[in-house]
Design a protein around this ligand. Sequence first.
Ligand SMILES: [Zn+2]
Length: 288
Amino acid sequence: MIIDVHNHPDWHGYDLNRFVANMDENGIDKTWLLSWESPNHEYNPIYIDLIPNPGPDGPISFARCLSYAERCPERFVLGYAPDPRQPFAVQKLRAAVEIYGVRVCGEIKLRMFLDNWDALDMYRYCGEAGLPVIVHLDYRLYSAGSNGAYHQDWWYGGAIENFANAIAACPETNFLGHSSGFWSHISGDDQYLTEFFGSGKVQPGGKLIAMLDKYPNLYCDISGGSGYSALKRDPEFARRFLIDYQDRVCYGRDYFDNIHQEFLNSLDLPQGVLDKIYYKNALKLVPL
Ligand SMILES: [Zn+2]
């Protein structure tokens, strides 16, 4: 069995039929289908090319996730993350859990520090309701070549410390970390300040490792180019990491290719480890 814990409806040109056919091609049984609700001024306009009809709720509304889940309930696990800064966010999420069967809170991808007070309220509700929380973290990157100005205007979530504060403040809530600002800390180097995807041998002392050791409620979402390249940059380290943290890593894509499976399958991991990454950890977080 394979569960993809991170994907989106109407994303990169895929409608429901293409999406399900693509899952079949790649042996994926179920997908966690995540919204991306945000104010329209808080996301990078490059995404306009990928999303046919962004509405007032942002690039990927919960309504689109619900449409897929209603038409094909056996293949999708319903996700929803309202913007926690909006009034009544917790009430909206609770209503969606009770009425529509939302099981996951995600994706939270906002120009907001992840330890925002209103967000903490939402995470605490997720802990009570048994929803894992998926967050997107990208630093504001600086470049020497841009006249000293920042060149990456589309930061999300803040620094890894903001995420750590949230995890510590909500011990009953399970979190999945995702994207470059999270995965760059697999390594103890400081590439996270300048590079979107780190490269080269992983250095000891990565903050992500320390957080996994400190917080049992932290999990890793390997989806996207970020999770992929963080593992791929040092396959020897990746193999050891995936074995050491086999109970805390989940397979996901955030896209429609098969690079993550190809890489995982190339590492000669024990079948028991692969089973946890491919579906058992996801089932632990969201029993079906
Ligand atoms: Zn995503």
